[in-house]
Design a protein around this ligand. Structure first.
Ligand code: FE2
Length: 292
């Protein structure tokens, strides 16, 4: 290793230290990362003060993370990295349902639920009935697919953001299974547009850029089935004011769904005559076969 380093030669010296990596992908990732990181640093002529601020920022991002608060995922989301990774492998526009980002509110430990059940937990709100089918690209039902779903309440809060009120229970999320016709359905409460959390370090970036923290109203889905590629996706409300202003770039044109309003007195999809207004969402998801 040279001890006569310059602001140019250091890049190659650092890259060479990965020559011994047994895994070629590790070598590729790190030599490329070093090249771009060093180029970035030279281009903006990063100052020591800015470097200290950046290190402090990343430290605070890490310290903000908990099992139910994914600040690093949020950082990736607001910088468009999460969606970029998805777009490279799932450019969309084909016959299968587009994927999109997982978002920071997926958590482990969700309850399983039977089709038709109410997954709202202890949360009150305008009833929402979700009725979906899961098909393969030939139109055949995908039976026994596992479907994770999660969404916010009618004020835009996820269960993990109000654990005191919910006495540490999860709500508005469940794992369902498709029936012999590829159908899954459930009742819950209608979500609302919401801001991504801005009380942590990521909020500093949004405020510095005068960016909106809002995400349009949506319901998340994560589908798994034997023989098919997993699908992480969401349905976004078509008439939402933030439809084209998602803070994390997650809206795809063909994931825009009608959340249909129904007046009190109408009959819900489960046959219940409703004495209050409610909403229905219907959708057909199409999965891609796993490559052999
Ligand atoms: Fe969300």
């Amino acid at each position: 290793m040279s001890i006569d380093l310059t602001a140019i030669s250091i890049t190659e010296e650092v890259q060479k230290t990965f020559d011994g990596a047994e895994d070629e992908r590790v070598k590729e990732l790190f030599t490329c990362l070093v090249r771009h990181l060093h180029e970035f640093t030279r281009e903006v002529r990063l100052t020591s003060e800015e470097w200290f601020k950046a290190m402090d920022f990343l430290e605070r991002v890490g310290k903000t993370c908990t099992p139910t608060r994914q600040e690093f995922v949020l950082l990736s989301d607001i910088l468009g990295l999460s969606v970029l990774v998805d777009l490279i492998y799932h450019p969309g526009g084909g016959s299968v349902t587009d994927s999109t980002l997982l978002g920071p509110f997926y958590v482990e430990g969700r309850p399983t639920a039977k089709n038709g059940s109410d997954i709202s937990g202890e949360v009150e709100g305008t009833p929402m009935f979700v009725n979906c089918r899961v098909l393969d690209s030939d139109g055949n039902p995908v039976v026994n697919a596992k479907v994770d779903t999660w969404h916010s309440d009618g004020e835009g809060f996820y269960d993990v953001q109000m654990q005191d009120k919910l006495h540490n229970h999860l709500a508005m999320r469940a794992l369902l299974t498709t029936d012999a016709e590829g159908r899954f359905w459930y009742r819950s409460v209608t979500p609302l547009y919401y801001p991504v959390p801005t009380d942590g370090p990521c909020g500093e970036i949004l405020r510095a850029a005068k960016r909106s923290p809002m995400r349009p109203e949506h319901v998340h889905f994560w589908l798994h089935a034997d023989g098919f590629e997993p699908l992480i996706t969401m349905l976004v409300r078509s008439d939402d004011p933030y439809l084209e202003h998602d803070a994390v770039f997650g809206v795809r044109r063909n994931l825009v769904a009608d959340f249909v309003h129904h007046d009190a007195g109408e009959t819900a999809p489960d046959g219940t005559r409703m004495n209050e207004p409610f909403q229905t969402v219907e959708w057909t998801f199409v999965l891609s076969r796993a490559e052999d």
